[in-house]
Design a protein. Sequence first.
Length: 318
Amino acid sequence: MTITQLEYVVAVATYRSFVAAAEKSFVTQPTLSMQIQKLEEELNIKIFDRNKHPIAVTAIGEAIVEQSKIILSQVEKINDLIQSQQNTLSGSFKIAVIPTIAPYILPTLLENYTKAFPQVTLQVKELETNQIIKALRKNEIDAGLLSTPLHEDGIKEFPLFYETFVAYFSKDEKALQKKLITPADIAFERIWLLNEGHCMRNQVIDLCSEQIQKLQAERPYRYESSNVETLRKMVERNGGLTVLPELATLEFNDTQMENLRYFEDPEPVREISLVTNDYFARLSLLQSLMDEILKLVPEKMRVQKKNRKVLRIQSAKL
């Protein structure tokens, strides 16, 4: 039994295909199949039912796959311990970030992290929350930076900070007459929203669910964006309002700040976390990433206060 054989077993169980598993493992399909067959012969069991399409994992195979994941995570932990003792970090780290965080964290994070840890290669992509969860389950990425809590089995969450939601109005909106607003001040017949699939869209709906479900049906038009910056520009050019994460406002000019309003207590916030699968073991590298991210976040966001409300990730679709 070898570590490589266990890696191949986990790959086939993940992708339910010898061909796909071989591609992801960067070996030929015959090589992967031969190694798994050797392991099955050694153990005198069948890990996979090759007669089913897609390939199925046998009952005993399920136990073998789970134990293989544990063993592989322990192997990673040995390497992590060595790097920790030598005070060096190296290797490749794949991370996915949701689009409503990426523009405000990634540019500076990549620059700073590369300088601090030159032997680590960060591979970063933007994905929506559901895509990140799927990628974690398939071991296609090491971690995700997104809004939590997810309430997903097999996913481990490491909360980092709590980001306030704020409302951004065009200059003719009545709510600007107030210093602080409430969800009732959000006129949903004039709001600009993110596309379905973005967790922040669901959080905004959760913030004022009673009004939005009634008024959306009465709107004469419907436009949705996949980009937070587009929402801001739509307000500035076409009127109306939107709800933004506070990080999106840190570089606002004086005129833009005049059109910004915070909510009364309890402030609506989203919890931002790094998430991994349960078997992730490169904790020293993960910690280094957490430390660098927190350096980019205002200190007030690093503590969850009592007068804040963490908005839900999932909500009913419009």
